[in-house]
Design a protein around this ligand. Structure first.
Ligand code: AMP
Length: 281
């Protein structure tokens, strides 16, 4: 595995790769777990060359968020990626990615302020800006994203469509711990007690899904069911539980076609998200 620590180095390495089945990019912020590795494996299966980026993107963190203490496990990440036979690891510095006086952003209007975007102003603008930059630097044919961040997937899909970016976005399923907790780098923050409490997100979504499977289609009643479960866990503070159109992220009142049930909550000081799809068929 080659490690490219600068934009210039990455561009030079890219010129040397002109394979038949294309280059696959897996953007990450590191502290890798099986969720990330599932994206790498999906990329490995479909592409000749696999590029993984590790970049803790300051632009997507709010002023009171966990940028400084975000988990960084670089050596271990390298070992894991070597094992997955990744071709290039791209780890640019913040200064290289954001030259002084950088003032250009990509915003997907009307979507960037939905779900997490409401409580994290500027978050999705940070995500779309860095992903657009990564696409320009790496020039992948395919890029792999986890459904765990369903709003992010939808927003990137829209950005790529609106800006005619020649990259195929490949969404990949959520990888969970054995007890159902969605894997996340932020799970490392949880105390053993909080780790147990964190399961309430999945429990709430499971309750919503089972009520949906029993025939309930009213979003108001489905959301009530989920909130009821969440209210039973004193360590969890709900940010939102919403059922929306998975492509536009707009609210719906009745689930007549596939909808996204998404939840975000603070468990202790750790903000966790999860989601399930509700499909009428
Ligand atoms: P992050 O490092 O948190 O920015 O995540 C990098 C990529 O990994 C994003 O596309 C995430 O959606 C994806 N990802 C994170 N956790 C999971 C998971 N549990 N299952 C599937 N994909 C995930």
């Amino acid at each position: 595995m080659r490690i490219c620590e600068s934009v210039e180095h990455m561009r030079k390495a890219r010129v040397l790769m002109r394979p038949d089945r294309g280059v696959g990019l897996v953007p990450t912020m590191g502290a890798l777990h099986e969720g990330h590795l599932s994206l790498v494996r999906a990329a490995r299966a479909r592409c000749d060359s696999v590029v993984v980026s590790i970049f803790v993107n300051p632009l997507q963190f709010g002023p009171n968020e966990d940028l400084a203490k975000y988990p960084r496990t670089f050596e271990r990440d390298c070992e894991l990626l070597e094992r997955e036979k990744v071709d290039i690891l791209f780890t640019p510095s913040v200064e290289d990615m954001y030259p002084k006086n950088a003032v250009t952003y990509v915003t997907v209007e009307g979507m960037s302020d939905r779900l997490c975007g409401r409580s994290r102003p500027g978050h999705f603008r940070g995500v779309t800006t860095v992903v657009a930059k990564l696409f320009h630097i790496v020039e992948p044919e395919l890029a792999f994203f986890g459904q765990k961040d369903a709003a992010q997937c939808a927003i990137i899909h829209r950005m790529v469509r609106d800006l005619n970016v020649p990259v195929e976005i490949v969404p990949c399923p959520i990888i969970r711990e054995a007890d159902g907790l969605a894997m996340s780098s932020r799970n490392a923050y949880l105390s053993p007690q909080e780790r147990k409490s964190a399961l309430v997100l999945y429990r709430a979504l499971t309750a919503v899904k089972s009520r949906f499977d029993q025939g309930e289609r009213s979003v108001r009643r489905l959301v009530e069911t989920g909130k009821q479960v969440l209210s039973q866990e004193p360590r969890a503070r709900l940010d939102y539980l919403e059922i929306v159109d998975p492509d536009s992220l707009q609210s719906v009142e009745l689930v007549e076609k596939t909808a996204l049930a998404a939840v975000a909550a603070l468990v202790g000081n750790t903000r966790l998200i999860d989601n399930v799809l509700l499909s009428p068929e």
